[in-house]
Design a protein. Structure first.
Length: 179
């Protein structure tokens, strides 16, 4: 298994830079993202649509880089201690982890890409892959996917347009409530 579930109030003692978390949060945008993923994924793939947010671990203390409504920022995973989250082991070698972390850090201070969310919504409804974005903007799963791509992970779809469910599917992370 390449992931571990941390229940509300639990967290690991040590983190591995280059790994990432998948989390289900609350709020309007969170519900919209989950709805879009449930719209996209059917059958066995449905279990991947549970999460609406992801963030990249950048050090052993649980520092993360994440893209959220206020932009890309550095925080600590303890912000999610009151949420269940899945810690995904990317199984990258040392050099690839360093490249992944450097790529994640390069997004800090970029803005959140609401246009990318619109692009994904258009794709979900029409099936047409359309990328609408402004420079220096990114969504959470796009940040993690592009950082992993810099570390050598190859994705089937455009890393910029990945959704949290796409990352979960790529790493075969199945929600425990859906297994």
């Amino acid at each position: 298994m390449s992931f571990k579930v941390y229940e509300q109030g639990q967290e690991p003692v040590k983190f591995v830079p280059g790994d990432f978390i998948l989390v289900s949060t609350t709020g309007f945008l969170a519900r919209c993202i989950r709805f879009g993923q449930f719209f996209r994924y059917h059958g066995e793939m449905r279990s991947y649509a549970h999460w609406n947010h992801t963030a990249m671990i950048i050090d052993t203390d649980g520092t993360i880089v994440e893209a959220a409504g206020r932009g890309v920022r550095v925080r600590n995973i303890s912000e999610y201690k009151e949420n269940e989250y899945y810690l995904v082991n990317t199984r990258l070698n040392k050099q690839s982890r360093e490249q992944t972390v450097a790529a994640a850090k390069s997004f800090v201070k970029d803005k959140y890409s609401f246009l990318t969310i619109l692009s994904i919504a258009i794709q979900l409804v029409t099936g047409i892959e359309l990328q609408i974005s402004l420079g220096n903007t990114v969504i959470c799963s796009g940040l993690v996917s592009q950082a992993l791509w810099a570390g050598g992970i190859v994705f089937k779809n455009n890393p910029y347009l990945q959704m949290p469910a796409d990352l979960a599917a790529c790493f075969e992370v199945v929600c425990s409530t859906h297994s």
